[in-house]
Design a protein around this ligand. Structure first.
Ligand code: ATP
Length: 355
């Protein structure tokens, strides 16, 4: 049996099809012991044969692969976005990838739109519940198209789902260090329990119960609106943030803005002990697709995150160091101030990690 890690690759749509080949090129250049298998799930496949996910698709991913590397889904030709929903949300929920982990790091002060923020000031992680909340598509529309139309969107919060994501955050805090080598110390739970009292109450009670098991870790709580303001006024204080599906979605785009924009942000959709899925935070970005201008660094940093999860730490560190060097040398795409195209930026990192 091969000792190589088996990676399923789903580039998807739009710029996903441009940035994922760069990530693969870099993984190959660094010499990581992996085998890739490509899947054509996405808008083109859906438009051709109306298949979003083949019948045994998720079972195949879970059974035959160690990790899944995904680009992005979304295409103006599929107005309903049904394929994106079935593939991406399907993977998260049917494979129970319950922890969405988004590290927020600043590689160079020039990338941050805030004044006086240095790389040492921005090093936190957002852990977002990935399978429940308001994205479960539960609800309905009544009297559609009439003046009496009613839309109901349910917010699902289970004790099991809330407890396991909060526990994941405490375990993450206990076992991960900051970039400067210092230990992580604090878990902040973000909610809106003053207005959403039923779900918020469950989150509050569960947070307190789990925190009691981790006495060495400090705890903090913020309402999501106050947290957004604090993230812009002074993001230095954040360490590990845990929150629900929707708030996590929103605050990680804000956080991506602090680290240089959507093109720089990486994420993992994790289920400990099982095949996990890794994707850049950005979407398919139709306005810039096909122009060789998308920033591939978010996808490349996502690849590094995946390798680290697969215990290929040396390769992951080499890739992260190469991206850092490229950013400092301004060998980047134009969204972060450079003059390279997507492919050329990928080539630059591949060359650095190969040497
Ligand atoms: P989704 O809802 O699928 O996450 P979105 O609506 O949040 O997608 P994106 O597709 O991520 O939006 O992109 C929004 C805009 O951000 C793009 O049109 C583009 O200007 C910019 N952007 C996103 N990703 C990148 C990238 N990798 N490189 C450069 N610009 C990007």
């Amino acid at each position: 049996m091969s000792a190589k890690k088996r990676i399923a690759v789903i580039p998807g749509d739009g710029i996903g099809k441009e940035v994922i080949p760069q990530a693969i090129k870099v993984i190959e250049a660094v010499g990581a012991a992996v085998d890739f298998t490509s899947f054509d799930w996405g808008a083109d496949r859906y438009l051709a044969d109306k298949v979003t996910v083949p019948p045994d698709g998720f079972a195949t991913l879970a059974r035959d692969f160690d990790a899944i590397l995904v680009g992005a889904f979304g295409d103006p030709r599929v107005v309903s976005n049904i394929h994106a929903k079935e593939i991406l949300l399907g993977m998260r929920t049917k494979m129970d990838l319950y922890a969405n982990v988004r590290p927020v790091r600043l590689l160079d002060a020039s990338l941050c739109p805030l004044k006086n923020i240095e790389p040492k000031d921005l090093d936190f992680v957002v852990i977002r519940e990935n399978t429940e909340g308001v994205y479960g598509d539960l609800g309905g529309v009544f009297k559609q198209g009439t003046p009496d139309e009613v839309a109901i969107q349910e917010d699902i919060n289970t004790r099991k789902g809330v407890e396991r994501i909060i526990r994941y955050a405490f375990d993450y805090c206990a076992s991960n260090k900051k970039l400067d080598g210092s230990p992580r110390k604090r878990v902040l739970m973000c909610d809106k329990s003053n207005a959403m009292t039923h779900a918020g109450g469950l989150w509050q009670r569960t947070f307190q119960a789990v925190a009691a098991e981790y006495k060495q870790i400090e705890t903090q709580h913020m309402y999501v609106d106050a947290l957004c303001m604090q993230m812009v006024r002074d993001p230095r204080s954040f360490d590990v943030i845990v929150t629900n599906n929707m708030f996590g979605d929103i605050i990680t785009d804000l956080a991506a803005g602090l680290q240089g924009g959507l093109g720089m942000a990486a994420s993992g959709n994790l289920r400990p002990g099982h095949a996990s899925m890794f994707e850049p935070v950005h979407g398919s970005a139709p306005p810039i697709a096909g122009k060789n201008i998308a920033n591939p660094f978010g996808a490349i940093l996502t690849a590094a995150m995946m390798l680290s999860q697969l215990a290929l730490d040396a390769e992951a560190e080499k890739i992260e160091a190469a991206v850092l060097e490229a950013v400092r040398q301004k060998k980047t795409t134009s969204d972060i101030g450079g003059a390279l195209g997507t492919r050329e930026a990928g080539d630059c990192i591949a060359k650095k990690v190969a040497s």
